[in-house]
Ligand binder design. Structure first.
Ligand code: G4P
Length: 528
C-alpha cells in the first residue's frame, strides 16, 4: 500500500454528451479552473467541425492534434485530475466506448433544450454495463429549456438511471436567476461571464429567510420553496454509495458557456467522484493499491506521418506505480518490454515522465506490439476484463484493387483493426474480408489510410447486415452445424471467435428462438 496516498488523490473521468450539448465548452471551463489552459478557445480548435462529415482530411488533421488532448491532466487543490477526451462525432463512438473502460466515473452533459438525445442514450448504456458512477450536468440553462421536472423524468426514463438534484434552477432562459444548492443551502445568482472567478455563494440556511425575496423576488422565492419541498419529498437524501455503485446520478444545473455552475460541479465532483478502484482480471481482482504495477491499453493512435510508422498506445495504469525504463511483462506476447520515453499529458504538453500511478494514463511509443486490450504486468499472467467490442452497424466487403499489394493490404488491415479503427470479420468457410464500422466516415478513413500508409488500393462493397453477434454454446457440435448451415451469415472475428451476421432484427430473433443451445452475445470481450 506504498502508493495509496498518490492513488487516492487521483480522479480519472470523461465527459460525455450528444454532440452540441456543451462537452467542449465544459471541458474548457474545467481546464481554466484547473489552470491547465489560460485562455478560452484553446480546446475548441480541436473539435472536429460539425460539417466535416465527409471531409476525412479534416479528420486526419484532427487526429494529429487530438493526441495532445486525449488526456488532460491538471491539479485542482489536493487532487490530480485526468480528464480523458472522447470524440464527439458519432462515427467514432466505438473510440468513446473504449475510453469509458479507462475511466472511474463520467460527467454527462445534457442540453436543457433538447433533453436526452440519441448519443446520450447509447453512452449511458455503456456506463450501465460497467456500473460507472455518473454525474449529470444540465447545460444551457440560459436558454428556454424544457420544464425541469419533465426533464428529470425524461432523463430517468430514457437513461434508466435514478437522479438526485444537487442544485435547483430558478427559471431558465432570459429569466434564469441562478441555482439553489440543496446540499449546502446556498444560492448562486446567475451572471453571464467567461472568467474563472467564482459566482458568489449566498448562504440561505432556511428557505423561509426573507433574504431569498430580496435576492430573487417574491414570485421566484415562493416558487423555489415549493419546488424544494417537492424535491425533498420525492428524492429524499442521497446515499453516496448508490452514486458510487452507478445507481443514482447527482444532477447539477448550469450554463457552461457562461461559466455558471461549473465550479460548483468541479468542487462536488472532486469531493464525491471515486478514486481509482480495484479491477477484475481473468484470474483475480487486482487491488488498485497493491505495490505491483499493472495496466492495459485502451486506445492506439497512429502517427500521422506515413514515414514514421510508430504509434502511441494509451495505457491506463490499474495498480501500483509505473516506472520509465523498467521491464514489464506483455502478457499476450509473453515478452518483457520497457519504455524509455513514456508520455504524460500534464497541461496539454507531452512530457516524458519518470513514473506514474494507478489512475494515470501514459502514452507509450509502439512499433506494432500492442492491440487494444493488451495487459502489462510485473510478471503475472492475467488480462483485464470488461473491455468489449460492440457490434458494428455498417458492414462492407473489402475488395482488393491491386493484387500485387495483397501483403500490404493484409498488414494494413491487421494494424488498423488492432488500433480499433474497425472490426474485421472473415466469412466462414471462405476468405471474404468483412469490415464493420460504426459510421460511414470510418470506411473513408480506412481506404485513405490503406493507400497512404500501406500503398494498398481497395474499395468497399456494401453488405446487407445490420448487427454482429458473438456466438458461444455448451454444445460445440450444435454451434459448428449452425455455422455450416448459415455460411452466408457466419464469420470469424479477428481472434477466431465465431460470429453471426444478421440481416435484420427479425432474422436475428428468429435464429435466437430457433437455436436455444446457442448463445448470441451483443458484445465480445476482447480477451476472455
Ligand atoms: P459539444 O462539444 O458537446 O459538441 O458542444 P460545444 O461545447 O461545442 O457547444 C455547442 C454549442 O453550444 C456552442 O455554440 C457553444 O458555445 C454552445 N453552448 C455551450 N454551453 C452553452 C450554454 O451554457 N448556453 C448556451 N446558450 N450555449 C452554450 P456554437 O454556436 O455551436 O459554437 P461557438 O460559435 O459558440 O463556438
Amino acid at each position: 500500500m506504498k502508493y495509496a496516498k498518490e492513488i487516492n488523490r487521483r480522479k480519472t473521468f470523461a465527459i460525455i454528451s450528444h454532440p452540441d450539448a456543451g462537452k467542449t465548452t465544459l471541458t474548457e471551463k474545467l481546464l481554466l479552473f484547473g489552470g491547465a489552459i489560460q485562455v478560452a478557445g484553446a480546446v475548441k480548435s480541436n473539435k472536429i467541425k460539425k460539417h466535416a462529415t465527409s471531409d476525412f482530411m479534416e479528420i486526419e488533421r484532427q487526429r494529429g492534434i487530438s493526441v495532445a488532448t486525449s488526456v488532460m491532466t491538471f491539479e485542482y487543490g489536493e487532487f490530480l485530475i485526468n480528464l480523458l477526451d472522447t470524440p464527439g462525432h458519432k462515427d467514432f463512438a466505438e473510440d468513446t466506448y473504449r475510453t469509458l473502460t479507462a475511466v472511474d466515473s463520467v460527467i454527462m452533459v445534457v442540453d436543457s433544450v433538447n433533453g436526452v438525445e440519441e448519443q446520450t442514450r447509447r453512452l449511458m448504456e455503456v456506463c450501465r454495463m460497467r456500473d460507472t458512477p455518473v454525474i449529470v450536468f444540465i447545460n444551457k440553462m440560459d436558454r428556454d429549456g424544457k420544464n425541469r421536472f419533465d426533464l428529470l423524468e425524461e432523463i430517468e426514463k430514457e437513461l434508466k438511471i435514478s437522479l438526485h438534484p444537487m442544485t435547483w434552477p430558478i427559471n431558465s432562459g432570459k429569466d434564469f436567476k441562478g441555482v439553489y444548492n440543496l446540499d449546502n443551502h446556498s444560492l448562486r445568482l446567475f451572471t453571464a461571464h467567461s472568467g474563472t472567478e467564482d459566482e458568489a455563494a449566498i448562504s440561505i440556511e432556511q428557505l423561509s429567510d426573507h433574504l431569498l425575496e430580496e435576492k430573487v423576488g417574491d414570485r421566484d422565492a415562493d416558487q423555489l420553496r415549493e419546488d424544494v419541498e417537492l424535491i425533498e419529498g420525492v428524492y429524499g437524501d442521497l446515499n453516496w454509495q448508490d452514486y458510487l455503485r452507478g445507481k443514482v446520478a447527482p444532477v447539477f444545473f448550469g450554463s457552461a458557456v457562461n461559466n455558471f455552475g461549473v465550479k460548483e460541479l468541479l468542487d462536488t465532483f472532486t469531493r464525491i467522484a471515486p478514486s481509482p478502484r480495484s479491477r477484475e482480471t481473468s484470474t483475480r481482482l487486482v487491488d488498485v493499491a497493491e505495490d505491483r504495477f499493472s495496466g492495459f491499453i485502451f486506445k492506439i493512435h497512429a502517427n500521422l506521418d506515413p514515414k514514421h510508422r510508430d504509434r502511441i498506445a494509451f495505457m491506463r495504469i490499474c495498480s501500483g506505480r509505473f516506472e520509465r525504463n523498467k521491464y514489464y511483462h506483455h502478457v499476450r506476447l509473453d515478452k518483457d518490454v520497457r519504455f524509455s520515453n513514456p508520455y504524460s499529458f500534464l497541461a496539454r504538453s507531452k512530457d516524458v515522465i519518470e513514473d506514474a500511478y494507478a489512475g494515470d494514463v501514459v502514452g507509450l511509443f509502439d512499433t506494432g506490439n500492442f492491440k487494444i486490450g493488451d495487459t502489462l504486468t510485473e510478471g503475472e499472467n492475467f488480462y483485464f476484463t470488461g473491455i468489449p467490442s460492440f457490434s458494428p452497424e455498417i458492414f462492407k466487403e473489402l475488395v482488393n484493387k491491386d493484387p500485387m499489394k495483397t501483403k500490404q493490404l493484409e498488414k494494413g488491415v491487421r494494424q488498423l483493426t488492432d488500433e480499433g479503427v474497425a472490426q474485421l470479420f472473415t466469412q466462414f468457410g471462405g476468405n471474404k474480408k468483412i469490415i464493420g464500422c460504426v459510421g460511414e466516415l470510418q470506411f473513408e478513413v480506412i481506404q485513405y489510410r490503406l493507400l497512404q500508409e500501406y500503398g494498398a488500393a481497395c474499395e468497399f462493397r456494401t453488405l446487407p447486415f445490420y448487427k454482429a453477434c458473438w456466438l458461444t454454446s455448451e454444445e460445440p457440435g450444435k454451434l459448428e452445424e449452425f455455422l455450416r448451415f448459415k455460411q452466408q451469415n457466419a464469420a470469424e472475428d479477428k481472434d477466431g471467435h465465431p460470429v453471426y451476421l444478421a440481416q435484420s432484427e427479425w432474422f436475428l430473433n428468429t435464429e435466437i428462438s430457433n437455436n436455444p443451445s446457442i448463445h448470441f452475445h451483443f458484445t465480445s470481450e476482447i480477451h476472455k
